[in-house]
Design a binder for this molecule. Sequence first.
Ligand code: ADP
Ligand code: MG
Length: 430
Amino acid sequence: MTELIFDLQVFLLNLSFIFLLFFIYHKYIEGKISKVSNAIFIGIISAVSILLCMSFPLSPFPGFLFDYRLIPFIIGTLYGGRRVGLVLLTVLLAYRFMISLDEGFYASIIVYTLMLLFLSLMTPYFKRMTNLHHKLALALIVNLIGIISLLTVLYFFNVNISVNGWLSLILFYFLQLIAMFLFINFIERAKKESIVLSEIKELEKLKVVSDIAASISHEVRNPLTVTKGFLQLLQDHTISLEKKEFYIKLSLEELERAEEIISDYLTFAKPSIENIDLLELNREIQYILKVITPYATMRDIDIMFEKTDDVFIAGERQKLHQALINLAKNGIEAMSPNGKLTIKLTSHENMAHIIISDTGIGMNEEQVRRLGTPYYSTKTTGTGLGTMVAFSIIKAMRGHLSVKSSLGEGTTFTLTIPLVQHEESSHLLP
Ligand code: ADP
Ligand code: MG
């Protein structure tokens, strides 16, 4: 065995399997599911990667198979936890057993069981680490230990390997270290990106909350002034009992209104709890109208809502509110006094449509194109994050947001969100 046994095809195949699966995971799954199912998905994806890698191995001498199964094994256990590690070990050994019952199988038992024990000790530290370099270092050390134990076990199995063979194996595993480095980097960067995005969402919401605050306090002052007036009237002892009761009734109604405005506002201002609920859109839109109406009233804008029959979708309640309020608020801000904001809800072909239109200044094509890109704002105190956040929230609900606008006439935003059959999930309703 003098020729070089390193095989570029095997190397590239192995890498692309792992990369593809982790890419799919981060692009489409992470962040949309709960923690428990997250671990399950990490497990499934790592297991599939392991199986694919093992199906296309390098086999320079009989009885032994070399591939990059160690990468998904380590990544899966570090990110998924010990239980995922145990499942991966079982899958790996079962598949190796099915391939053939040779020395390589026994070598795998020794190496990967030891690896799992070692990884189990390391995962808690890994989870707590916040520094990318520390995480990288730990993952690389674990990987290196795996490789060294593999080669050691191989040595003790007295396999007859040429110097070239050893060199190829070392090259193969050296490249594995580099691949591991790139994967952890990729995963950590993707994670960081999604954290930054959710932080932007929260910050942007704070800005909206503070923008609306002025109109809320304005709206609360009216009932207070009215109530104060009635109380002053009540000080007069000569008024009839009937009148007294009438004043008290009106005062109580006004106070209740103020109370309601404040509590709606506070519900919106609360930080989001992230869980998926079954949402009835008429109800949710009516709620956001209550929050946004004071803001519209202060600018002399009328809001119209065209309801429809019950429309159910699945999503995070507060996130949906945030998206709708951002769009409605933009509409209000685009109009001069006496403008009209119309919200229309319809549903057909398994889709719910929320149409928000204003009679405001509108946008030209260039402006529409830039909509949703961060920090694009034409307002002096704008953040340019409102539409971006709305786009990303709707996308996370597997929906779609489209814009039609013409300068001087107005703008229409159409949200399209997949419906949920009510019967299927009525148990989700609060
Ligand atoms: P902000 O409201 O803080 O400026 P947004 O992301 O909400 O940020 O909006 C970005 C820009 O898009 C706005 O500054 C405005 O120029 C334009 N825009 C958004 N919605 C409308 C609308 N309904 N009518 C006209 N222009 C709009
Ligand atoms: Mg805005």
